[in-house]
Design a binder for this molecule. Sequence first.
Ligand SMILES: [Zn+2]
Length: 358
Amino acid sequence: MLTQRPCTFILSCCLLWLSGCGSTSAWRHTEIVPIAPGATIHLRVAHAVNGRLPRMTPEHLDTLLAATRKTALEHFGVHLVFSAVTETSVDALLAQIPPKVRQARMSEIYDFKSGTGDRQRLSAAILHTLHERKTELADALAYARPYLPRTAEPSTLQEFSVVLADVMLARLDDWRALKADDGKPVLDDTPRNEWIYWDTLGYGALPYDVILTNQLVASAEFTAVEVHTAIRGGLTTGTTTFSRTAPYGSFVFWSTFPFTDTSALSHALRGDEDYTPTQAAELSGAYLAHEIGHLLFKFGHPFGHRACVMNPASMLHYRAWHEGLDAAQCRIGSLPEMRVGAIPEVYNLDWLRMAQQP
Ligand SMILES: [Zn+2]
């Protein structure tokens, strides 16, 4: 996954704003840093821990990062060098978000915990994203059908967006019902699970390029709701998004929770299987290379091309995703989505200015 804003980007070196937003839009894109074949790339890594949830051991984090290195070398031809992993807490990390930017983004969050969220606005936001992606109903239905109620027969994108909102919120309730080892909900009353918070971290002076976390990131928002995120109940495995201090203009946050969680819900979404701790680390690391593709090369999503790392996993079927990979069949530039700069990183100039105010 990556951050895609609800405006279509114009692929031109000369235009700095986004179509559909007007010339006064606050959205800009970051520069694309050229990367030579065989380059060595240094990335700073943190592990942000929520002490209430199970976490990977340092050894398994090493296994994870080794799998990322291997996959990135095979598919992208670059040598990744990760820093030592800095351990921090989720709370300490989220506390670094510039308060004014956080405040500016609060209205994007659908409040599913209090039950006061605006369901109609959510389906309208989903419909907006479907239109932005130029979604064909038949294609989207072919992908999503196995995960929708059997009685759902949407005949328009508008009807489809209502079904997706219902499915998303029902599954989010399932995540909400999940209990941690301490008997309390995994998704507690803190904002640790909110995608908007994680997506806003980079407006601060974030000293990391890759943040691994054991936090479950599952939420609903009115911004860029993708079909594959909706049918998973708003669960995010990882996102590549803007970072103002990062050398490649973006950072990655990456949740290990969907790989390690053994609840019935995760088990079902993984295609009725659990992973051993080592398998979880290896599959998580391989899939993290997907975000590295967004981070370094700004690749898009070649949906359905199973050979490609950049093809998103279906639901949480990480093993099936991994088994389909074939670097020889998905070279850089071999598909439109595999061109460098296919989807450049964007940021909001207004929020950047807020973040830089004393
Ligand atoms: Zn992606």
